[in-house]
Design a protein around this ligand. Structure first.
Ligand code: CTP
Ligand code: MG
Length: 389
């Protein structure tokens, strides 16, 4: 039996916010969508991601070493419905012998789908054209307007629909095509709705309260709690100094800062990133930057220090940890750091895959005292706090 799963990841996560779409946010060191993909993989013969190829490749690249199940991402559309359609058309374009008989449509933002839940959905497709995992509505339902309750809504027969929703492939494809072709076709937020509109019976199977869709920021805390063993905080500090010299670009915290002098060193001498790397390695008790990137190795000559920071971030992920926050202080009289601090924070946050408010960059002088005071060099110190199992 050929069963495909569409893994939806083309949304921007407006309600969640942040620069990274929610399905790519790290949950215990792995992208949310990676958890979802790992859960679906054992149940399907074909996994079709829908969304940005670069982000999906980064999250899923080593998911399916055999390369037989995971297909190349296809771009999504402006709405979830458009994205599903794009995925279905990609499946339809396969040679007839590879086209699936059944398709599961799953939100990439739902990381905790269990094997039992997937089995229940698939089992129901024996006798139904579609199946939806649902959970009961526990709370009393109210309708409100302008901050005042105007009505109580009966809970009778109400359930909350989750994904993966399962369907006969050809039926769902045809319904999506028809909805797109009709000028007044239905606009839906899940796929079962299309079967309902067309009068098909859709089976209702038990879902799971843990099958949470990451929607708003506090959901990430709930998801993290569900994973189990608490993460413990660890803090590291780093310190670095480089000599100011002519004829070198000045690169600080990943940003090129206009200045008559630059920092001398074996790599690009980004003193801020070096201190930050050491803070992270220190928090992990994994030595220091020199151990991971020995200056004796020519490979690192003039190297972009962004690589070092990406490595440090990778070590956090490899340990199943997350970065809580980092704080960098640059110590120099000149140049003035203030005008560049935001760009530095943005760059560091992007390299570490965290939000801007988790990264601080600030500066101080030493009142013209010492080597920094005389402008002979720039020093940096950093602290980083991480959570690890
Ligand atoms: N999705 C998609 N293409 C879209 C919109 C949504 O592939 N144009 C995907 C999302 O990436 C998500 C799933 O559909 O995995 C469920 O949608 P939702 O939770 O609404 O995600 P977003 O639309 O990204 O979030 P928001 O509605 O808050 O903007
Ligand atoms: Mg949406």
């Amino acid at each position: 039996m050929r069963i495909a799963a569409l893994l939806l990841a083309a949304g921007t996560g407006r309600r969640y916010g942040g620069a990274t779409p929610k399905q790519f946010v790290a949950l215990r060191g792995r992208a949310v969508i990676r958890h979802a993909a790992e859960a679906l993989l054992p149940h399907v013969t074909l996994l079709q991601p829908v969304g940005d190829a670069a982000l999906l490749d980064a999250a899923l690249h080593d998911l399916d070493p055999g390369g037989t199940i995971l297909h190349r991402p296809v771009p999504g559309g402006a709405t979830r419905q458009h994205s599903v359609r794009a995925g279905l058309e990609a499946l339809d374009a396969l040679p007839p012998g590879q086209r699936p008989e059944f398709v599961l449509v799953h939100d990439g933002a739902r990381p905790f789908v269990t094997p039992d839940l997937v089995r229940r959905v698939l089992a129901a497709l024996d006798r139904h054209d579609g199946a939806v995992p649902c959970v009961p509505v526990a709370d009393t339902l109210k309708r409100g307007r302008n901050g005042v309750i105007i009505d109580t809504v009966s809970r009778d027969n109400l359930v909350r629909a989750q994904t993966p929703q399962g369907f006969r492939f050809a039926l769902l494809r045809d319904l999506h095509r028809a909805a797109a072709a009709a000028a007044d076709g239905p606009a839906v937020t899940d796929d079962a709705s299309l079967l309902e509109h067309a009068g098909h019976a859709v089976a209702l199977v038990p879902g799971s309260e843990d099958n949470i869709k990451l929607t708003v920021e506090e959901d990430l805390v709930r998801l993290d709690r569900l994973i189990g063993p608490a993460l413990l905080p660890r803090t590291g500090i780093g310190f670095d100094v480089h000599v100011l010299a002519p004829d070198r670009p000045l690169i600080l915290c990943g940003i090129t800062v206009p200045h008559p002098l630059g920092l001398a060193g074996h790599s690009d001498a980004d003193v801020g990133i070096h201190a930050l790397c050491d803070a992270i390695y220190g928090a992990l008790a994994e030595g220091d930057i020199g151990r991971h990137f020995p200056p004796s190795e020519n490979t690192w000559k003039d190297a972009d220090s962004a690589r070092f920071l990406a490595h440090a971030a990778g070590r956090i992920a490899a340990r199943g940890g997350v970065l809580v926050n980092a704080d960098v202080t640059l110590i120099c009289e000149q140049p003035k750091i203030g005008p560049h601090a935001l760009a530095m924070r943005e760059r560091l946050a992007a390299l570490l895959g965290v939000k801007l408010d988790q990264i601080s960059v600030k500066a101080t002088t030493t009142e013209r005292l010492g080597f920094t005071g005389r402008g002979e060099g720039i020093a940096a110190q950093a602290s980083a706090t991480i959570l690890v199992p």
